[in-house]
Design a protein around this ligand. Structure first.
Ligand code: SAM
Length: 406
């Protein structure tokens, strides 16, 4: 049986997700929408997508889409969905409601109406009802309200997919694994040249890249909500996982990360071990303003550098600002980025650097001309992923693929 599926992702990552889903295969009729990709697939495709997508946040199965005007309409729409085909009264559930231009005043009240409909439907059928559990539900239901339509989904992922199961150690501003994967996809890197993150923090970008290079499925070590849904085919699932394990390989290129904070380097190493890429990625301590290229062959740098309120530049630039206490933070940051650019121009000839930043003026601060700027949302923060192509002494001219965007 084929379902309409929706896979939400970070804003800006939609086209990369669509390309990734085409590679994973097993589903069709993909449509790229704002905030995700819609496509059709059966339960086998649902398992496959959960196991292999690096960029999507969840895999949702659409159960109905109907017009509505008032809260009572939501009750009627939710009452008509055969929930008992998906889960039982022994399982707890939770409803999450999102809305865009909905005329309803309270989303909590909308959720309550849908919850009542689910509970009443079970009780009418069997005399029993499932419990609501907001922290660790067995089953998550999603309702999305637009100005005039409600769409109900059942979630097949459970914990959001950025929780791969390996990042137990993290710093103050860790990047979501799904966003790191979107950055890697945007850069076009597929494991053929070296990759280096000189501000690696807990190692997210380098570890994601190492898993790509080793063809390790991102969901290889975690559990999914579909394992608790009715009709779960445990044999098909274990065959799928074994197939994925059998396709793992050794990375063909070196992958490196470094950070000025040695504590982060420890974290990154431990995370890499848990992610199964301890041998494929190499983490070291050091200031990005001083570290020389980790390989003789030029490659790709990919980083979300220290920025703004949560994380200041450490190392040489940070020490300078701590010495002159009156220096404004933005000046320190500007200084850090100008020095970073100078260091790259001098020592990183023929590398390209992809930098995720909320600062739309970053190229000016770095005195570099970007050859790409890709809009990408880091949670609620609007960012750009800038590409800089390094040649000794200056930045290369922009390439013809540079989009005109803001
Ligand atoms: C935004 S965090 C990176 C987070 C990382 N992508 C992750 O997922 O954990 C920025 C990192 O830059 C590091 N950093 C700050 N100044 C640095 C410097 N001068 N050289 C190298 N790393 C630096 C910080 O210690 C921090 O871990």
């Amino acid at each position: 049986m084929s379902f309409s599926l929706f896979l939400p992702c970070a804003g800006g990552a939609e086209e990369f997700l669509a390309a990734e889903l085409a590679r994973i295969g097993g589903a069709d009729q993909a449509r790229t929408l704002r905030g995700g990709v819609q496509l059709r697939g059966d339960i086998a495709a649902v398992m496959r997508l959960n196991l292999h997508t690096r960029i999507a946040q969840r895999v949702l199965v659409q159960l109905t889409q109907q017009p509505y005007r008032v809260e009572q309409d939501l009750y009627a729409v939710a009452s008509a969905v055969p929930w008992e085909e998906w889960f039982t009264t022994k399982q707890s559930f939770k409803i999450e409601v999102t809305a865009q231009h909905s005329p309803l005043k309270s989303l909590n009240f909308a959720a309550l109406k849908i919850k009542d409909a689910v509970v009443d439907r079970f009780r009418n059928k069997s005399g029993l009802r499932p419990d609501v559990e907001t922290r660790w539900p067995d089953v998550r239901l999603f309702a999305h309200l637009t100005a005039d339509a409600v769409t109900l989904y059942i979630d097949t992922s459970g914990e959001p997919l950025f929780k791969r199961g390996w990042r137990e150690d993290k710093g103050e501003a860790p990047l979501k694994e799904t966003l790191a994967a979107a950055m890697i996809a945007a850069s076009g890197w597929q494991g053929e040249v070296p990759l280096y993150d000189p501000c690696c923090g807990s190692g997210t970008i380098a570890i994601e890249a190492a898993q790509v290079a080793c063809n390790i499925a991102p969901g290889a070590t975690r559990r999914f909500a579909f394992e608790k849904l009715r009709g779960f085919d445990a044999r098909a699932w274990s065959a799928l996982r074994e197939g994925a394990r059998a396709a793992e390989r050794r990375a063909e290129v070196p992958i490196h990360g470094s950070d000025v904070a040695f504590r982060m380097v420890d974290f990154a190493n431990r995370n890499a071990q848990r992610a199964g890429v301890g041998d494929a990625v190499n983490f070291r301590g050091g200031d990005a303003l001083q570290r020389m290229p980790p390989t003789d062959t030029p490659g790709v740098m990919l980083l979300n550098p220290p920025y703004g309120e949560r994380i200041e530049a450490g190392g040489v630039a940070g020490a300078r600002s701590r010495a002159g206490r009156e220096t404004a933070q933005s000046e320190t940051q500007g200084d850090f980025f100008a020095q970073l650019a100078a260091h790259w121009k001098k020592n990183y000839a023929d590398w390209s650097a992809w930098v995720l930043s909320p600062d739309l003026k970053l190229p000016t601060r770095m005195r570099l001309k970007e050859s790409r700027r890709v809009p990408m949302w880091n949670g609620p923060i609007e960012c750009r992923l800038f590409r800089f192509d390094m040649v000794k002494g200056s930045a290369r001219k922009p390439q013809e693929d540079a989009p005109a965007g803001p």
